[in-house]
Write a protein that binds this ligand. Sequence first.
Ligand code: NI
Length: 259
Amino acid sequence: MSNEFRLIDTHTHVASAQFDADRADILVRAAEAGVARIIEIGYNLETSRAAVALAESHPQIYAVVGVQPNHAHEAPENWNDQLRALAAHPKVVGIGEIGMDYYWKVAPPDLQERLFRDQLTLARELGMPVVIHCREAQDDTLRILDDAARHQPGVMHSFSGDWAFAQACLDIGFMLSFSGPLTFSKATELHEVARLAPLEMLLTETDSPYLSPHPQRGKRNEPARVRLVAECLAALRGLPLDVVAHQVWRNAERIFHLT
Ligand code: NI
């Protein structure tokens, strides 16, 4: 089956061990579902390196490298130099995932904030967009972005929050990326955001292996299911899937400078 549109999964962790047994099958299923591009995201130096390796061996895969807040305390002293070296690879299209997390709070907030700010600076120096992880830390994430990343290109990954938070993120200039929870019938706040936000500021992702959409909720997620997210977004906007897919594709090209 050939699709008259192309989908993009802007946030995956396909290099993770959970895909070791069937990674090739997963990528075939993604292609069959119309997912023509995948952005693999690192969350520490090791997974960032793995993301680059995966991107190197697959033309449709790009990499984003960074230290996620739950790994801030494990980062070696020279993490910034190592990250900068990884970011020089031609398939690396952004810095992430970075941000703040008060749900797990495995790293102290001041350390999270220091690495977050340092990576925002690094991205700015490199002229790269940032991919933001924000979990139960909306106020501090906004405060830091407003202070340090206004008009810097960025994405709120797996956006979660109400329309007021969405507006604040859009006001800073950040795109909103929807994942599986958009498809949950009780996610009324997310549905409102999906209806009201400018279409040219929206992206789709799976965050595989996490956050599997309805009706596959609770299972190991995979990039092919970004189609369920895109279909849900199209339905909420009252637009055909191909129109939404085309705009999201262009949005991703614009922010990640994909060629
Ligand atoms: Ni992630």
